[in-house]
Design a protein around this ligand. Structure first.
Ligand SMILES: *Cc1c(COP(=O)(O)O)cnc(C)c1O
Length: 423
């Protein structure tokens, strides 16, 4: 038997009387009928519960990393739970503010923030700027000299911890474009410079070792390094970043946000940390909250080779398989508990052989053209990393809760595609 591991579905997933999938009390097929396919369907209470878990552990020092998934509705969910927002571009700042965020609740990240982005951040009064380079300190000093208010900053340091994850999303090792290196003394030099500068108020040290990290011990290891580094400076804040891994496929297991927080707190106690600890979860809040639902358009069986199932989306709504070789499960929402006896490769509709969604997928034998096909755990780094490649329209986002399906991002239209053309 190969049935879909049910724990990969959102918290409030259930099976209806005909074996069909419901999310947040909404029949997935009905949501697809109403809003079309592809569609991202989120369990809103799943998002709220994960945000609450982070807030319970670290209070206002827990912030949601918006790059995982951001729209007005998501920002509101995080803010209503008491979380701040981690933003990494002028665009993320703009969306967070449009959602009603108090600028004080924003932490501004990035290894190459532009002068314009920093100027905007100082102008609106972003609560924390996480400074990543000496050039950034120069830029802030120039802006403050020109009259902008003095910001509270943290310094991002690289602890020299290599997290076990895809190399594109490992950021804690010394060979990294991010942060000031602890081991070479550069981080200590940055602290000295920030303390001496009248243009910034240094309030803490920050590190982020990477994303999709399953080993919670790696975070504890990084914490030990930065705690020792930060100790002599007596700063009030120590932020350990995001990065907690989530299970995407059968056989994977991940810690909960609470378990992760427990390990961090224990390590901090051991290291005698008196600063306020903070975290920045993104993936662990949003990933498992959603599924993407597609319609099957073509089933191409190549004798002795494989079967290709082509759906109406692809790398434009989920680039992770192409970027990182990420795996996903597949299932048919009409028969969510059915045995998946047929091996298929699920591909998109883009003009590339590389456009795959699920390299080794399993589906029930009776899969047919016109069926809805879904991939679970697509709530993070799917919609947010999506594109308009082939001028494909970005899919809508629907939040489901207590049987109510609420459209929070509409599907793009052809007019959206032409909105920026001026000639
Ligand atoms: C990406 C990122 C996060 C969130 O990472 P997740 O793996 O989504 O939890 C948090 N902090 C920083 C600085 C990041 O770059």
């Amino acid at each position: 038997m190969s049935v879909l591991p049910f724990h990969l579905l959102p918290d409030n997933a259930s099976v209806g009387s005909e074996g069909q999938l419901l999310i947040g009390g909404c029949d997935v097929a009905e949501v697809a009928e109403e809003f079309g396919t592809p569609v991202f369907i989120y369990d809103e209470d799943h998002l709220r519960l994960r945000c609450a878990e982070a807030f319970d552990a670290f209070g206002e020092h827990a912030v949601y990393a918006t790059k995982a998934f951001l729209c007005t509705a998501m920002a509101k969910v995080a803010l209503e739970a008491g979380l701040g927002l981690d933003v990494a571009s002028g665009g993320e700042i703009a969306v967070a503010l449009a959602a009603g965020a108090d600028p004080q609740r924003l932490a501004f990240h990035g290894n190459n923030k532009s002068v314009a982005e920093l100027d905007r951040a100082l102008e609106v009064g972003v609560g924390r700027i996480v400074v990543d380079s000496f050039e950034e300190l120069d830029r802030i000093e120039a802006l403050v000299a020109a009259g902008r208010p003095t910001p509270k900053i943290l310094l991002r340091v690289t602890p020299g911890v290599k997290a076990e994850t895809h190399e594109f999303i490992a950021t804690g090792q010394d060979d990294s474009k991010f942060g000031f290196t602890v081991s070479t003394g550069v981080a200590a030099e940055a602290v000295r410079r920030a303390i001496e500068s009248d243009a910034v108020e240094l309030v803490g040290i920050h590190c982020h070792i990477g994303s999709q990290v399953f080993r919670v011990a790696s975070f504890a290891q990084a914490l030990a390094v930065v705690a020792e580094f930060a100790e002599p400076f007596g700063l009030p804040e120590l932020i350990i970043g995001g990065g907690l891994g989530v299970a995407y496929v059968e056989g994977e297991e991940s810690a909960t946000i609470s378990q992760w927080a427990g390990v961090l707190k224990a390590e901090a106690a051991k290291a005698g940390v008196t600063a306020n600890l903070g975290i920045e979860p993104g993936r662990s809040i949003a990933a498992a909250a959603a599924i993407t639902v597609y319609e099957v358009g073509t089933i191409k069986h190549l004798d002795g080779i494989r079967t290709y199932v082509a759906v109406d989306g692809g790398m434009s709504d989920n680039p992770r398989p192409v970027l990182y070789g990420s795996g996903y499960e597949t299932f048919l929402p009409r028969a969510v508990t059915a045995d998946r006896t047929r091996d298929v490769r699920v591909v998109g509709k883009h003009c590339e052989s590389g456009d795959l969604l699920v390299r080794e997928g399993k589906v029930p034998d009776d899969i047919a053209v016109g069926d809805l096909l879904a991939t679970p755990v697509t709530g993070a780094y799917g919609h947010s990393m999506g594109s308009n490649y082939n001028k494909i329209l970005r899919p809508p986002v629907v939040f489901c809760r207590n049987g109510d399906a609420r459209l929070v991002v509409r599907r793009e239209t052809d007019e959206d595609l032409l909105r920026t053309d001026v000639g």
